[in-house]
Design a protein around this ligand. Structure first.
Ligand SMILES: NC(=O)c1ccc[n+]([C@@H]2O[C@H](COP(=O)([O-])OP(=O)(O)OC[C@H]3O[C@@H](n4cnc5c(N)ncnc54)[C@H](OP(=O)(O)O)[C@@H]3O)[C@@H](O)[C@H]2O)c1
Length: 282
């Protein structure tokens, strides 16, 4: 069985490729990347694949049995057709199964909802493709908070608009493990899984970071409008709006969902404190 992973040059794609190499050996894994040279370090065959190009995927999916479609990074309205290019190419080129990395969240009410909505449309497109399928809805990655730790330490606070809302965080390492199992096991076909760890508040996240890093961060919650204005100033309109929308969703409770991680991975999700400890060591 040959398994291909799209966006293999990215951190999630690379995590899945590494896990698949462990499970089935590098000769059975193909990475597909918009920028192939950025994926060369993975040590597997790399083929070119830009989501904007149906032709790229007609070539890249030749001889592939199962493909992981990692959701794109473009504007939500562009993503739907980009993902369809991969789905259509999979159908035309004899791929038997498609696994998709979707996202936890709600389709209305926040500035992040257009992205969730575009992911839900791709879920429908995949279910209607006639291929075998499995879908993961990813929780929020914990790593970006840890990469931001110097800023938190300087400010003495984690500041956002999540209030008391709980968020089922995950990590790219945990997702890489779960997606490898979903690609390999037929028992996952026809399932939609929430791939999240324990749901925690921002105050608990601050406590965990404090314990591992020896800090004394406080969590300060601000209004959605105030936080959106701050983030847009710092990150520009597109990313600022997305980030504020994510924390608004957490405030509204949309990231506090039941976890299906163990069903997907065959083992429990790792504890957040252990993931944070490993991140610090690395
Ligand atoms: N759950 C979360 O918290 C969270 C956070 C951020 C993103 N996400 C979603 O999860 C996905 C994977 O995350 P990540 O950590 O791997 O992000 P990442 O490390 O930033 O990688 C993004 C990947 O998307 C690829 N890409 C962008 N546009 C593309 C296109 N037109 N055609 C093909 N590939 C394209 C990039 O290719 P190049 O190397 O050519 O640039 C890169 O491989 C993201 O794309 C996004 O949809 C989720």
């Amino acid at each position: 069985m040959t398994i291909a992973v799209t966006s293999a040059s990215g951190q999630l794609g690379a995590s899945v490729v590494r896990q698949l190499i462990n499970e089935i050996g590098k000769e059975n894994v193909v990475g597909i990347a918009r920028t192939p040279e950025k994926a060369a370090h993975l040590g597997v065959e790399i083929r070119k694949g830009d989501y904007n190009s149906r032709q790229d995927f007609d070539a890249a999916l030749k001889g592939i049995d199962t493909v992981l479609l990692v959701s794109g990074m473009d504007d939500p309205e562009k993503r739907i057709q980009q993902h369809r290019n991969v789905i259509e190419a999979a159908k035309q080129n004899g791929v038997q199964k498609i696994v998709y990395t979707s996202i936890v969240g709600d389709e209305t009410n926040t500035a992040f909802s257009p992205i969730v909505k575009s992911n839900r449309q791709t879920e429908v497109d995949i279910k209607e493709s006639g291929l075998e399928w499995a879908i993961g809805r990813n929780g929020i990655y914990i790593e970006p908070d840890l990469e931001y730790i110097d800023h938190y330490a300087k400010d003495g606070e984690i500041r956002n608009c999540a209030g008391e809302g709980k968020c089922g965080y995950t990590s790219r390492g945990e997702l890489g493990y779960a997606y490898a199992q979903m690609l390999l096991g037929n028992e996952h076909n026809g399932h939609v899984y929430n791939l999240v760890g324990e749901a925690i508040t921002q105050a608990t996240l601050a406590d965990l970071i404090n314990e591992v890093y020896g800090l004394n961060l406080k969590f300060n919650s601000v209004s959605v409008a105030e936080y959106a204005a701050e983030r847009k100033k710092a990150l520009g309109d597109f990313m600022g709006t997305i980030i504020a929308g994510i924390y608004e969703g957490i405030r509204n409770g949309v990231n506090d969902v039941p976890s299906h991680y163990e069903m997907a991975a065959g083992r429990p999700h790792r504890a957040h404190i252990d993931i944070i400890r490993d991140f610090k060591k690395a």
